[in-house]
Design a protein around this ligand. Sequence first.
Ligand code: AMP
Ligand code: MG
Length: 343
Amino acid sequence: MKHRIFNASLILSAMLISFTSCSNKQSQTAKERDVFAMDTFMTMKAYGDSADIALEQAENRIHELENCLSVTNQESEIYKINSADGAEVPVSYDTALMVEAGVFYWQETKGALDISIYPVLSEWGFTTGDFHVPDTATISKLLEKVDGGSIEVNDFTVKIPSGSKIDLGAIAKGYTGDEIMEIFQNNGITSALISLGGNVQALGSKPDGSDWRVGIKDPFSPDTNMCVVSISDKAVVTSGNYERCFTGDDGKEYWHIIDPDDGFPADNGLVSVTVIGEKGLRCDALSTALFVAGTDEAQSYLRNYRDVDAVLVTDDGKILYTDGLSKCIEISSDMPSEVIPYD
Ligand code: AMP
Ligand code: MG
C-alpha cells in the first residue's frame, strides 16, 4: 500500500499571499510564530505592540485545547468520554461547547457531519497510519454505533452510548481559530493572520488597510493555487480529498472524510470544499459536512444558509462558487468556473 498522507500535514493547506503596499508603507512589522500541534503545522502572524504577548497566549491556548481534545492522550477529556462505557463524564467549557457544536451540526447537516464516526475512521487506519480497506460487514457493524443524535451534553458533562467513540477532528481547528482571534482582540491586536493546517483565519485587514489574500489549493495539483480570495475578518477553511489519503491494494484512492451513510470515504461528486465566513468553527464544520453532502446537496445548503460563502470543486474538474465571492475571487486555474445559481 502506498502512503502519501504524512507529509501533507507538514505543508500548509492554504498558501498565504501578502503584498506590501508601495503607497502606504507601514512601520509595523509582523511578529510570527510556528507551532506543531493537533497533528498539523500552524503559523500565526500578528501586528501591534502586544503581538509577542498575544502570540505566546495563543500558543498556550493551542496546547491547552490539544490536551483536552486528543483522542489518544489518556489524560484528555475526549479519551475519558470514549472510555467511559456509557457513563456521564464531567468536562471543561471548551469540550462541552465543541461536542455541543458537533451535535448541532449533525442536526443542521442532516448527519453529514457526525463526530461519532471515529470507530469507522479508525478501522480504515486514518488514526494510526495503518491503512487498509475494511470489509463491508465490519463497516456495517461499526456503523451501528455511529449516531450523532445519541450524544448528550448537559451543562458540563458529556455522555455517549457504550461502544461509541467521538473525535472532534472536523471542528477543533475551527474552534481554536476563533479562540485565537479572541486572544488577539483582547490584546488590542487589530491585524493578524493565522493558518492552522489549512484553516486560515484573519483578524481585520492587513496593516495598510487592504484585504488579506488567501490562496486556495487546486485539489488536482495541491502544490499550486487554483484561486485567491481577498478577505478581512473571515475564516477560509478547506476540506479536500488530497489530504490524508492512501491508495488501496485495489488501486483506488481513499481519503479521511467519511460518509456516515455507508462508512466509506465520501465520494459524492466533490474533491474540495472551501467555506468562507465569520467564524472558524462554523466554516470548519461546514467544509467537512458539505464535502460529505456532495455537489447537489452542498449547493442547496448554500442557497439556504447565506451567511457563508463557498468554493466547491467537482470531481470532473469544475469550480462552483457562491455569488458573494464574485467581487473578491481571482481564479488562476484552467478549470471552468461558474457562480452557483440561486433559484
Ligand atoms: P476536516 O479536515 O475539517 O474536513 O476534518 C476531517 C476530519 O474529521 C477527519 O480527519 C476525521 O478526523 C473527521 N471526520 C471524517 N469524516 C467525518 C464526518 N463525516 N463527520 C465528522 N468528522 C469526520
Ligand atoms: Mg472541518
